[in-house]
Ligand binder design. Structure first.
Ligand code: PLP
Length: 383
């Protein structure tokens, strides 16, 4: 009979998106003064510009990279790059989990250019030596749904001709990014810093801006994805101007997250907190014989979206539906107890657990979580 733990995580939020709010977050701390004001009001525009400036300060991209907000969260930012920049040269997509597959589908079925899709089974990475510097490349840095990340950007040529479009939504603010190898970097407020959903950011290298300035896509680009005006990169977007009406609340919440991040010690501290969380979970994985990482190669294991499979023989003998039902029961047990929320793997991924370890989570809560996972596993299996 499994013994129910007594101590619950103080903040039982382990979802991979939206992720836990920052420690100490309160809706009352979000400034309200600009709510209800017009989106083109100079004070509102200045506040949006401040948000971009702070994003730059915390994330530290190179000086000559431009930052723009894009509607539609990370998906909006990725698709603005796909719709606005592709079509000039052949395209490769790394599809090693759900989102790479989504981008491959966008390129193939909607833009109707035949990309070369480099695939890998769940838990693996494609053969990166097949990446061709003459082609545009679309890829996630961290596969949120498989817990696999690229270990570094050495597979990208410094003197490439193609652009690299990197979906870094579950990597930015949590892992170092090799900016020299990345022409477009996208992320959402709702990921590593626990912001609200709905708005994404694209960080554009000079080469990406050059592409927007010179390239006319052969397909229509919807207004919400349009980074150009009059056939050139719309530089007003880098100064707090918006593509359409954005939520002032969401931007204020983003500024709150960034001010917390800066006050906590900036990017290095965000990465340190993330790694400490992943290490706390790793200590449990190592001493627990019923779980193992989905990511086969330790060098590719995510430190944010940690995906685990259940390797107990009684579970591996089950069919997929039964395995999924077991995880659903585990999730219900810990949620009923108020000990942890949203610990299950993505709906398109193999049945298992996914624990977000980003910087807004506290290591003590990861430590408090693991006995609950043991309890839920034993309880669900014995029912
Ligand atoms: C790698 C990756 N790309 C894209 C998305 C979609 O993000 P959003 O819902 O913020 O558009 C997610 C969401 O979890 C993700 O993990």
């Amino acid at each position: 009979m499994a013994v129910k733990p007594e101590v619950k995580p103080a903040r039982p939020w382990f979802a991979s998106g939206p992720t836990a709010k920052r420690p100490g977050w309160s809706s009352q701390a979000i400034p309200h003064a600009l709510l209800g004001r017009g989106i083109r009001d100079p004070e509102v525009v200045a506040r949006f510009a401040y948000g971009l400036k702070l994003t730059r300060e915390v994330l530290r991209p190179p000086e000559d990279h431009a930052l723009v907000y894009v509607p539609g969260s990370d998906t909006g930012a990725v698709e603005a790059a796909l719709w606005g920049m592709l079509g000039q040269r052949p395209v490769q997509v790394l599809a090693y989990e759900n989102f790479g597959k989504v981008w491959a589908q966008d390129v193939r079925d909607h833009l109707k250019i035949q990309p070369e899709v480099l695939e890998a089974p769940w838990g693996g990475l494609p053969d990166l030596s097949r990446v061709d510097p003459r082609k545009d490349l679309v890829f996630p840095w961290n596969g949120t749904t498989s817990g696999v990340r690229i270990p570094n950007a050495d597979f990208i040529a410094a003197d490439r001709e193609g652009l690299t479009i990197c979906d870094a939504t579950s990597a930015a603010f949590a892992m170092p990014l090799d900016w020299a190898k990345l022409d477009v970097v996208t992320f959402s407020f709702q990921k590593a810093l626990g912001g609200e959903a709905g708005i994404g950011v694209a960080v554009l290298s000079p080469r990406a801006i050059e592409r927007l300035d010179a390239h006319e896509p052969p397909w229509p680009v919807p207004k919400v994805l349009r980074l150009t005006e009059g056939g050139r990169f719309n530089r007003a977007l880098t100064t707090g101007s918006m593509i359409n009406t954005f939520s002032v609340w969401t931007i204020e919440d983003w500024i709150d997250a960034l001010e917390w991040a800066r006050g906590a010690g900036g990017l290095d501290e965000l990465i340190r907190r993330t790694e400490a969380n992943a290490a706390a979970l790793d200590a449990w994985v190592r001493r627990t014989d019923w779980v193992e990482y989905l990511a086969a190669d330790p060098a590719t294991r995510s430190t944010t979206s940690v995906c685990l499979k259940i390797v107990d023989a009684r579970v591996t003998a089950m069919d997929d539906d039964a395995r999924r039902a077991l995880v659903t029961r585990m999730k219900a047990l810990v949620e009923e107890a108020g000990a942890a929320f949203d610990i299950e793997s993505h709906r398109n991924a193999p049945a298992g657990l996914r624990i977000w370890c980003g910087c807004t989570v506290d290591a003590a809560d990861i430590e408090a979580l693991t006995p609950w996972l043991d309890w839920a596993f034993e309880t669900a299996l014995s029912e």
